[in-house]
Write a protein that binds this ligand. Structure first.
Ligand code: HEC
Length: 115
């Protein structure tokens, strides 16, 4: 009896350990719609200027394009900094439309965190 109670306790302890492992270390990537909207922010807004095929880059640096996943990898830290932290991308009018709305920023974060 004591032996089986001990076994049960060990079993329960290991389950709670497993549950703790799946805890909130990483970002919450369950909202796939937010991630999708975040990719649309990049493809629909940023690439107006930051694309190899942009008709008018409005002065965006020639090497800073967001056309592919590899491009996003290369520039991810600066994308986060300019669009999410500093809110200086897109540029203010008359060059651009100004900072992203709060909802677009959280969508962009979800996209970058979970891709
Ligand atoms: C209307 C054109 C335009 C749009 C739209 C635009 N950018 Fe830019 N971007 C620029 C220009 C011009 C520069 C160079 C001047 C500067 O750095 O402020 C630039 C520079 C950058 C740089 C490189 C400079 C650095 O700080 O590392 C990054 C990264 C960047 N933009 C991110 C973004 C992101 C992310 C978006 C979309 C949320 C975006 N941009 C939308 C015009 C644009």
């Amino acid at each position: 009896m004591l032996r089986s109670t001990l076994k049960l306790l060990v079993l329960l302890a290991s389950f709670s350990f497993l549950a703790a492992c799946g805890g909130d270390d990483g970002p919450d990537c369950t909202d796939t719609m937010a991630q999708m909207r975040g990719s649309v922010v990049v493809m629909g807004t940023c690439t107006a200027c930051h694309s190899a095929t942009s008709a008018n880059r409005n002065g965006a640096p020639p090497a800073v394009n967001f056309d592919s996943a590899a491009d996003i990898d290369t520039h991810e830290a600066r994308i986060r900094d300019r669009a999410i932290n500093l809110k200086t991308m897109p540029p203010a009018p008359p060059t651009g439309s100004g900072p992203l709305a709060a909802g677009q920023i959280s969508d962009l974060e979800a996209y970058l965190d979970c891709r």
